[in-house]
Design a protein around this ligand. Structure first.
Ligand SMILES: Nc1ncnc2c1ncn2[C@@H]1O[C@H](COP(=O)(O)OP(=O)(O)OP(=O)(O)O)[C@@H](O)[C@H]1O
Length: 812
């Protein structure tokens, strides 16, 4: 028996080696062709450089265009040289004989007679799929770009609906070497022949091989194993709104990133306006950042955390759930509108009573840590408040030899009239100035001096000119109607009494206290960033003279400055500059959309007023408490554009053992909803550990020690990363528990775990996580669904474990 098994293995190995050899031959051909193309690109660059020396405007423009094109080409080839060929499909003869622009036949369905009556068939076409397309000298496809229509069957074909595909192969290669192949047979009932030989089938399929791999701290692309339901989303037409829901691990983030790459491939010109991908946390941005470059896309896509969308301000703080609820809800809009108008009373310099400069930056707090909650003892600056300067209460000018004066009451009346307009507050300043001049003019009595309207008008205009150029008038206007910045207004809201006035009948006194207190911390939270953005819209920016860029004197002479990039700027810098200057996008992708608050939806809406959208999320993972209000805000941001809805149903992350446990929390958090089905099982059940010594008391040291031991245990059992998920308030403490265990293990607050995944996780005290906010059960559901292989749950003080250590929240 053993000898027979050995023989079979040897046979299998030799078949595998033969197939690897076949793919190696193809890869060699592709590399030879790529080298030719690189030479072409280099020749173009040199040639262009020579042309540049001629120096005529026409030659300069041509040189620049060529250098640009050749540079892009070289860049792509060099980037994608690594592991860029990853797939192959062997197809039956198609229905018609038509070929697409990439040289492949376009038919999806097989021709009649492609399968013979005895269930045999010949392979009519073989296509290799890679990160970019490569044609040979005769324009036959050596590699098809994964985003091209001809590559779609690689992803769409299933045994239920195979189309023309007989065999789908995933090729694993490193540099110039093919390392392995994994095949899926789409028509297992068929005996298919390629060049007279029966088609070989190697391995158990690529998906399982991909899913079993150890995780690192960065996400990998899934280009070689995109599944049919995911492919439908990635290639959905970009018109209007693509709306994708799916449980944890169904690939929503992966799909969103691949969709960005696909859209750029499909219509680069249209998306020259940029694609914005919004992530909930900087951790998730860092985790996903490498995926697009691996797909050959970078420049036109900006991946930003929702707390980094406002230039010059970065969210570094967390708000407690109740403060977040007040700041993120629609009610805050009313408060901000009042504040923006009321803040004029700040007077010059924009100093708040707390002494914090109103234009204060987003420095991290004193300890340099991210802070959770808004306990004044921790975060108050503690600086005694100097008296505010306040706005001036009297205007005095001299005009036409007379002393004119407006008193406080009159000034107040004028301010109210000016604010009666609906324009942004900063743009109302000219109107206020005009009303002041009207009042002074009326007081001067000069209007009655001339009955001739023309003379009267002339007199008025010289009066206006005299007064408005007077130093005292200019200084008064600057102090009385200062140009407000969003930061100044937000800082002004840190004063509780003042905020109380602006928020009357909108926020309750407790909310006012908490919001004001949180705004006294150094730095901003994600919710503050949305408030800053809203304030920017409410205040407006007065037009300023445009600063001219430094120009190359030669470009100025030839008038080419608009056509050519500034000389010293590299292509990458240019792309970055354009991205930084961009305020609106052609397509906006919102990841973890279930967590976006109403105020944040307004901020996103302003960035995609004319955009098409892809919105991905999972209501069951929402940490936002008022789901209906958020849905209303989302609908407002997306407008009336038609929506195309997709549902992802398969969990690729968690093994069935972990998914089943998480489903129990889902049933509590959102009764009636269904969990995605896990695609694999590891046979390793979640482990339950309790620090509860039997009388419901937990020694704190014991919790620290237990978590540390469990993390160390998991580090021994998995090759990749271990995440320890704790309630937000324990984050700093938990990091200390893990000191010295190395960089494969990290401690995370429950909200920070959003979207991330680890080989193994330790979830610390389910009850503590669930009790932390009104959406706590959904946050716990997120925490429990982060592991790709193993999960340990450690009960804490608040949990009630049974005899097996299973805490109450995780029992049936
Ligand atoms: N077709 C696929 N082939 C291989 N791996 C996949 C595939 N689809 C998803 N995965 C993997 O499954 C994991 C989960 O994917 P992803 O993070 O995109 O899911 P998600 O739906 O955004 O999850 P969550 O809602 O929990 O944030 C990732 O490791 C991803 O690479």
């Amino acid at each position: 028996m053993a000898a027979q098994a050995q023989q079979e293995t040897a046979l299998e190995d030799s078949r595998r080696d033969r197939e690897i050899g076949v793919e190696q031959e193809h890869l060699d051909r592709v590399y030879r062709r790529l080298e030719e193309k690189i030479h072409e690109a280099e020749f173009l660059m040199n040639d262009a450089a020579k042309r540049g020396q001629v120096g005529t405007p026409g030659a300069l423009a041509e040189r620049d265009a060529q250098v640009f094109r050749a540079g892009v080409h070289l860049n792509r080839l060099n980037n994608e040289f690594e592991d860029f060929l990853f797939g192959r499909i062997d197809l039956l003869l198609g229905k018609d004989g038509k070929k697409g622009p990439d040289g492949a036949y376009t038919a999806v369905e097989p021709a009649e007679g492609a399968v013979r009556e005895d269930n045999t068939a010949d392979i009519a076409e073989t296509l290799h799929i890679g990160r970019i397309g490569v044609l040979d000298q005769d324009y036959a496809p050596l590699v098809i770009d994964w985003r091209a229509p001809a590559a779609a069957p690689f992803y769409r074909s299933t045994p239920v609906d195979p189309g023309r595909v007989v065999r789908r192969r995933v090729i694993r290669s490193k540099g110039r070497r093919v390392l392995g192949v994994e095949d899926d047979l789409m028509r297992p009932e068929l005996k298919a022949f390629l060049d007279g030989h029966e088609l070989a089938v190697i391995g158990d399929g690529a998906l399982m091989a991909a899913l079993g791999q150890a995780r690192s701290h960065t996400m990998r692309d899934i280009v070689a194993s995109i599944q049919a339901e995911q492919d439908l989303v990635i290639r959905a037409p970009a018109a209007s709104v693509t709306y994708v829901e799916g449980g944890p691990g169904t690939g929503k983030t992966a799909v969103a990133l691949h969709r960005a790459a696909y859209l750029l491939y499909q219509d680069r010109r249209r998306y020259a306006g940029g694609i914005l991908i919004v992530s909930p946390t900087p951790l998730l941005v860092a985790y996903t950042e490498g995926v697009l470059p691996s797909l050959g896309e970078e420049g036109q896509v900006a991946i930003r955390a929702i707390g980094s969308l406002v230039d010059g301000a970065e969210a570094t703080l967390y708000d407690s759930p109740s403060t977040a609820r007040a700041k993120g809800s629609y009610r805050m809009l009313k408060v901000l509108r009042k504040a923006a108008r009321g803040a004029l009373e700040l007077g010059p310099g924009g100093r708040t009573p707390q002494g914090r400069p109103a234009s204060g930056g987003a420095a991290p707090n004193r300890t340099g840590q991210l802070a959770f909650g808004d306990d004044p003892a921790d975060h108050d600056t503690g600086t005694p408040a100097p008296a505010p300067a306040g706005p001036p209460t009297r205007l005095r000018v001299v005009a036409f030899g007379r002393r004119l004066e407006l008193e406080a009451a009159e000034l107040e009346r004028i301010r109210r009239t000016a604010l009666g307009g609906t324009a942004p507050v900063n743009l109302l300043r000219p109107r206020a100035r005009k009303l002041l001049l009207d009042a002074l003019w009326a007081q001067s009595g000069a209007a009655t001096r001339h009955s001739d309207p023309e003379l009267a008008a002339e007199l008025r205009s010289s009066f206006d000119e005299d007064v408005s150029t007077e130093d005292s008038f200019i200084a008064f206007l600057d102090a009385w109607w200062p140009e407000l910045t969003p930061r100044a207004v937000l800082a002004a809201m840190a004063d509780e009494r003042r905020l109380g006035r602006w928020a009357r009948r909108v926020l309750n006194p407790g909310e006012v206290r908490k919001v004001a207190r949180s705004l006294r911390r150094d730095g901003y939270s994600v919710h503050d960033i949305a408030m800053l953005d809203e304030l920017q819209a409410i205040l407006g920016t007065p037009a300023r003279p445009r600063k001219k860029r430094d120009l190359d004197p030669l470009d100025q002479l030839t008038g080419l400055e608009e056509l050519m990039p500034v000389r010293e700027e590299s292509q990458r810098e240019r792309a970055e500059r354009l991205a930084a200057e961009r305020v609106e996008y052609a397509h906006v992708i919102v990841d973890e959309a279930q967590d976006v608050t109403p105020m944040q939806w307004r901020m996103l809406g302003r960035r995609g007023r004319h955009a098409t959208w892809t919105v991905v999320g999972d209501p069951a993972q929402s940490s936002w408490s008022d789901v209906d209000e958020a849905a209303e805000a989302r609908d407002e941001a997306l407008g009336t554009r038609p929506r195309r809805r997709f549902q992802l149903t398969v969990n690729y992350r968690n093994p069935a053992e972990i998914a089943q446990l998480a489903a129990k929390v889902l049933a509590l958090a959102m009764p009636g909803s269904t969990s995605p089905s896990a695609v694999r099982s590891t046979g390793v059940e979640p482990r339950f550990v309790t620090t509860n010594n039997g009388n419901s008391t937990v020694v704190r040291d014991s919790l620290a020690q237990t978590v540390r031991e469990e993390a160390a245990r998991l580090l021994d059992r998995v090759d990749g990363t271990v995440g320890v998920v704790v309630a937000m308030q324990r984050r700093e403490e938990a990091a200390k528990w893990l000191a010295g265990l190395g960089d494969r293990v990290v401690a995370l607050g429950s909200l920070e775990a959003k979207g991330l995944e680890y080989d193994a996780t330790v979830v610390v005290s389910p009850a503590e996580i669930a009790d932390e906010s009104p959406a706590g059960l959904r946050v716990l559901y997120v925490a429990l669904t982060r592991a790709t292989q193993q999960l340990t749950v450690v009960s804490g003080e608040r949990d009630e474990p049974d005899d097996s250590g299973v805490p109450d929240l995780l029992r049936d």
